[in-house]
Design a protein around this ligand. Structure first.
Ligand code: 13P
Ligand code: SF4
Length: 321
């Protein structure tokens, strides 16, 4: 037995996933924070923006989104005629949870005449209250595309919002939300790593706190971190984001050294998102077999939520993102 209750070996489990995906005309999309074995079996692995772009264009009957709930919702909003499945419905997101739609609506009402920009890490109900959705891959360009004197509300990630304010020179009003994984990185431990490996470059996700971003040689989304490391002449990097990205970093750069940044409170050396890690190969098999759990979104809500996502996709295309 190799960690699964249905087949004698992991390769049998994988074989059966492969049979089902073909039989059912399913595409498997996975985020960079998924377990290695899920990334390896996926048809496509990417960041939040790329997953949305794939979901919008795929012709398969079924989309299995190996990521967290808001990613499945985004896929369903963009592809309402497809069946969208996620291996574990409990795969949530602390950042999306930090922004309940009714409270966000009050926040918007308290700031009239503002454009509302929401990070993709939000529920469909929050997207429905939004003018333009962004991801960490396109937030700067989308904010730059608005007139400089435009008043803007940005939610829910205050760290990303604050970073975008700094790089665009804006003064967006920020919702007070954060990701529990990215807020946990330890400044002391990163500084210790830097003194141990002085020639290593620090790569950080913009959901990290300001004092961590201040140390970074590169700040960007998961795909931007990957691109930077791959194109860099440097061969050592301290990676300050969820540890799942290490798999693709090492795969694309077998001769480079990647050191995961540790969180404050744990004995372990890296930082994982427990929600992302809820998905397993076994659950992926079951979800293909039973075609559940399925993401369902009420059509009226979907129609409101699709507009700000489409605006994001249009502006991203203009910028070649
Ligand atoms: P990316 O869009 O950079 O992949 O980030 C997704 C995410 O959930 C970050 O915590
Ligand atoms: Fe949400 Fe943070 Fe996990 Fe990303 S890493 S899915 S923002 S909880």
């Amino acid at each position: 037995m190799s960690g699964n209750n249905f087949f004698k070996t992991k390769s049998e489990l994988i074989e059966n996933i492969n049979i089902l995906r073909k039989e059912k005309d399913a595409i498997i999309l996975a985020h960079f924070y998924q377990d290695e074995e899920i990334q390896d079996i996926a048809d496509f692995v990417g960041d939040s923006l790329a997953l949305a772009q794939w979901a919008a264009k795929t012709t398969n009957k079924i989309i299995v989104l190996c990521g967290v709930h808001f990613m499945g919702e985004t896929a369903k909003i963009l592809s309402p005629d497809k069946k969208v499945l996620i291996p574990d419905l409990e795969a949530g997101c602390s950042l999306a949870d930090s922004c309940p739609a009714n409270e966000f609506e009050e926040f918007i009402n308290d700031h009239p005449n503002h454009q509302v920009i929401s990070y993709v890490n939000t529920t469909a109900a929050v997207k429905a209250l939004t003018d333009i959705v962004v991801t960490s891959s396109n937030a700067k360009e989308i904010v730059d595309s608005l007139p400089y004197d435009e008043k803007i509300i940005f939610g829910p990630d205050k760290n990303l919002g604050d970073y975008i304010n700094r790089v665009t020179g804006r003064n967006m009003v920020l919702w007070d939300g954060a990701c529990h994984v990215h807020e946990q990185f330890s400044l002391e431990k990163i500084l210790e790593l830097k003194s141990k490996y002085p020639d290593a470059l620090i790569l950080a996700h913009p959901e990290c706190k300001k004092y961590i971003l201040a140390l970074a040689d590169h700040v960007g989304s998961t795909s931007s971190i990957l691109k930077f490391a791959t194109q860099s002449v440097n061969n050592k990097f301290i990676v300050v984001t969820e540890a799942g990205i290490m798999h693709e970093l090492k795969k694309q750069n077998p001769d480079k050294i990647f050191i995961p940044a540790p969180p404050e409170d744990a004995a372990c050396a890296c930082n994982e998102c427990s929600y992302m890690k809820k998905n397993t190969l076994e659950k992926l098999y079951l979800c293909l077999k039973n075609e559940t759990p399925e993401i369902i979104i009420e059509e009226e809500l979907r129609k409101r939520a699709v507009m700000p996502i489409n605006r994001m996709l249009e502006i991203s295309e203009q910028y070649g993102l």
